[in-house]
Write a protein that binds this ligand. Structure first.
Ligand SMILES: Cc1cc2nc3c(=O)[nH]c(=O)nc-3n(C[C@H](O)[C@H](O)[C@H](O)COP(=O)(O)OP(=O)(O)OC[C@H]3O[C@@H](n4cnc5c(N)ncnc54)[C@H](O)[C@@H]3O)c2cc1C
Ligand code: FES
Length: 282
């Protein structure tokens, strides 16, 4: 069993958990993820390692279905049955380069650890974080500390600049030479934002989030198409060259179990909290 040492709500439907998991924390690198199973009846779900310090790992997640709602109910002192990891390949870290790290929505959770690691390797790091509105913005202070320069955008202009992270990225790559870019967020945001760097041929990485089951390359459920070839995101990724990813196929595969997911969520709400999907769990 793994102890929860901190559980906090960061924004609407976005929660942070810090868990004692020494075997994961001591080996975790930027870009990797873990798989949790809350209890014996629970599904295994992948979450990015958002921070690793000492024996503790932090994950940040959005409540979207049965398992993430179950995780959001945990409090400090509770425990989680399984925490497996670190899984996936770490981010490839250049040296003495100019890098941009772009996070969208809950994808911002993955950005500070990448930005800090890049900066630690002597890179200049420009951060861009975007959310739908101010209430959904997370980790601004942490990103400000991790980056040499930070741009904040919201779709409705309620915080930072009015617009999309992609608009700022366009300006940043016009203003100075950029060597590599990371874009992490919902699939559609990664597709649109990474298209910005294609004309200049800037190496751009995205962290893909297909459905995963075992996380070890055995079940095939996380297959994605990159440069016309099938890859398994859990062992070959989750980071891939954005300009070679078939995002449309990824988005199709993310929606293959809607009925099962709806039923699992309804079962969860009936048995655990009785509230509506989307309700705030403070
Ligand atoms: C490598 C990786 C890292 C991720 N990191 C984060 C993170 O840091 N924060 C975060 O909020 N989310 C992250 N996700 C997505 C997260 O795993 C899903 O939101 C979660 O599995 C949903 O489970 P659920 O039971 O709550 O919802 P469900 O109702 O089961 O599913 C809702 C939607 O979530 C996706 N999903 C469902 N099951 C899985 C699964 N086993 N694997 C992947 N996606 C699934 C599907 O798109 C599905 O339509 C990550 C996914 C991957 C692959
Ligand atoms: S999750 Fe099973 S092969 Fe990747």
């Amino acid at each position: 069993m793994y102890s929860v040492v901190k559980a906090e709500q960061l924004a609407d439907r976005v929660h942070e958990l810090v868990v004692e998991a020494p075997h994961v924390a001591r080996h975790a690198k930027a870009g990797q993820f873990l798989i949790v199973r809350v209890d014996p009846d629970g599904e295994r779900i992948p979450l990015t390692i958002s921070r690793a310090e000492g024996d503790l790992v932090r994950v940040i997640f959005m409540t979207i279905g049965a398992t993430t709602y179950r995780l959001a109910e945990l409090r400090a002192g509770d425990s989680i049955l399984d925490v497996a990891g670190p899984l996936g390949r770490p981010s490839g870290i250049p040296q003495n380069a100019t890098c941009v790290v772009v996070g969208g929505g809950v994808g911002i959770a993955s950005c500070p650890i990448i930005a800090r690691t890049l900066r630690g390797a002597g890179n200049r790091v420009i951060g861009i974080i975007g959310a739908r509105n101010a209430d959904l913005m997370i980790l601004e202070d942490e990103m400000r500390q991790a980056c040499d320069e930070l741009h904040v955008t919201t779709d409705d202009g309620s915080m930072g600049r009015h617009g999309y992270a992609a608009d700022v990225l366009k300006e940043v790559i016009e203003a100075e030479p950029v060597d590599q870019v990371w874009v992490i967020g919902p699939a559609i945001m990664m597709k649109v934002t990474s298209a910005v760097t294609r004309p200049k041929g800037i190496r751009t990485w995205v962290s893909l989030n297909p459905i995963m089951v075992d996380g070890t390359g055995m079940c095939g459920s996380c297959r994605v198409v990159v440069n016309g070839e099938t890859k398994f995101a859990c062992v070959d990724g989750p980071e891939f060259d954005a300009h070679q990813v078939d995002f449309d196929r990824l988005m199709q595969r993310q929606r293959i179990y809607p009925e099962e997911e709806r039923e699992a969520l309804e079962r969860h709400h009936a048995s655990h909290c009785g509230c509506e999907p989307g309700a705030r769990h403070g």
